[in-house]
Design a binder for this molecule. Structure first.
Ligand SMILES: [Zn+2]
Length: 333
C-alpha cells in the first residue's frame, strides 16, 4: 500500500517538482474539495492531473475488470472493500449461509459470495486486507460476474504492495432507495419530506453513553448502575430521492447536525416552551425539501417489518457534486 510520502515521491520523480510544491498542490486539492477527501486521496488526484502513473507497481494476475462470467480458474489479487453480514436462508428444507464480499482493485470492484463452510475464512480477514483469490466466476442474478471459491478455491492474505482504495471514489455514488437491500451501507441523495414531531429526547448513561432504563423515577445502566442521566436525541422522518421514499432515523450527533443545534440547546428550547417537540417544529421548515446526501445503513425494523435508513453522516450536495465530477474522471483512467 502506497503511503502519502510514497505517492509524493513518485510525483516528484516523474515531474521534477520538489516535495514542497507537491505538498501544496495536495493541500489545494483538498481545499478545492471542501476537505471531503483524505490527503492520500487528494494525492492520487494530483498525480492524475499531472499524468503521473502511481499504480504500476502492482503485480496482478487477473484484473477485476477482466473477470467475466464462466471463467474456470481465476487468480486475482484484490483488496477487500467490504464484508457484508452473513445471511441465513432455507432452501428445500436445508439451512444455508451466505456472505458477500466486495473486492477492489484499481480497475473496478467485483462481488464474491462465500457459502456455508467457506465463510469461516472471514474470521481471519477484514476490510482493507489485500488477498489472493483462487476461484472461478459465475453470472449472478443481475447478469454481473461474481467470484466463487468452490472446492478447489482458496483465499489467502497477500503480503505485497498494493494501491489503497483512493479516497471515496466508489462511495460517492448514491444509491436509489428503490434498490436498497437490508444491511447495505450506502449513500442516498434526496430530501427529507417529513419530519415526525415526536419526543426526540432520551436518557443515556453519562459514563458509557448507552440508553438507560427508567426504574422508579431513577435511571439504571447495566454497567454503571443508578446514574444521573445525560440526554441524547433521536429524530425520524421520511426521505425521498425521486425513486421512492423510506423511513429515516437520525441518532445523537447526526440528529444534532440535522436540526442544527446541540442537545443542550434543544433541551433548553423544549423546557422554556414546555414542549418537547418545539426544537423540531422550529427547525423543520429549513430541513424539509432540502436536498442533501445522507450516508448510512439500511436496517430492518422488526417491530414494523420494514426497512429503515439509519443515517451516520449528512453532507452538503454542492461539495459532493464537485468531488463526484473529479473522481468520475479519475475512475475513467
Ligand atoms: Zn453506563
Amino acid at each position: 500500500m502506497l503511503s502519502l510520502q510514497e505517492i509524493i515521491d513518485k510525483i516528484c520523480g516523474q515531474t521534477g517538482l520538489d516535495n514542497a510544491a507537491v505538498q501544496s498542490k495536495i493541500e489545494d486539492k483538498k481545499a478545492e474539495l471542501s476537505g471531503l477527501i483524505s490527503s492520500e486521496g487528494a494525492a492520487h488526484l494530483v498525480a492524475r492531473d499531472l499524468n503521473v502513473d502511481i499504480l504500476t507497481r502492482v503485480s496482478h494476475k487477473l484484473e477485476v475488470k477482466n473477470i467475466v462470467p464462466g471463467m474456470r480458474n481465476t487468480e486475482t489479487v484484490a483488496r477487500i472493500y467490504r464484508i457484508f453480514p452473513v445471511r441465513e436462508f432455507e432452501r428445500n428444507g436445508a439451512k444455508g449461509r451466505v456472505a458477500n464480499v466486495v473486492l477492489w482493485d484499481p480497475t473496478g470492484t467485483i462481488r464474491m459470495s462465500l457459502w456455508n463452510d467457506e465463510i469461516k475464512i472471514l474470521e481471519n480477514l477484514k476490510e482493507g486486507d489485500v488477498v489472493k483469490i483462487l476461484g472461478y466466476s459465475k453470472e449472478d442474478n443481475r447478469g454481473e460476474p461474481e467470484l466463487r471459491l468452490g472446492s478447489r478455491g482458496k483465499i489467502e492474505k497477500a503480503d505485497i504492495e498494493f494501491p489503497s482504495i483512493a479516497d471515496t471514489a466508489i462511495e460517492t455514488k448514491p444509491a436509489n432507495i428503490g434498490e436498497l437491500r437490508e444491511g447495505a451501507t450506502t449513500k442516498i441523495r434526496g430530501a427529507i419530506v417529513q419530519l415526525f414531531e415526536s419526543d426526540p429526547f432520551y436518557e443515556i448513561c453519562p459514563q458509557c453513553g448507552i440508553r438507560v432504563r427508567a426504574n422508579d423515577n431513577k435511571f439504571f445502566c447495566d454497567e454503571h448502575q443508578y446514574v444521573t442521566p445525560d440526554y441524547s436525541m433521536v429524530l425520524s422522518g421520511v426521505i425521498d430521492d425521486g425513486t421512492m421514499s423510506m423511513r429515516v432515523v437520525f441518532f445523537r450527533d447526526t440528529a444534532e447536525k440535522l436540526i442544527g443545534m446541540g442537545v443542550k440547546q434543544a433541551l433548553e428550547i423544549a423546557r422554556n416552551r414546555m414542549n418537547r417537540t418545539a426544537p423540531i417544529t422550529d427547525r423543520a421548515p429549513g430541513i424539509l425539501g432540502k436536498e442533501m446526501v445522507f450516508g448510512g445503513r439500511v436496517k430492518r425494523n422488526s417491530m414494523f417489518d420494514r426497512l429503515e435508513f439509519i443515517v451516520s453522516e449528512i453532507s452538503d450536495v454542492n461539495a459532493v457534486e464537485e468531488a463526484e465530477k473529479i473522481l468520475a474522471s479519475f475512475k475513467l483512467s
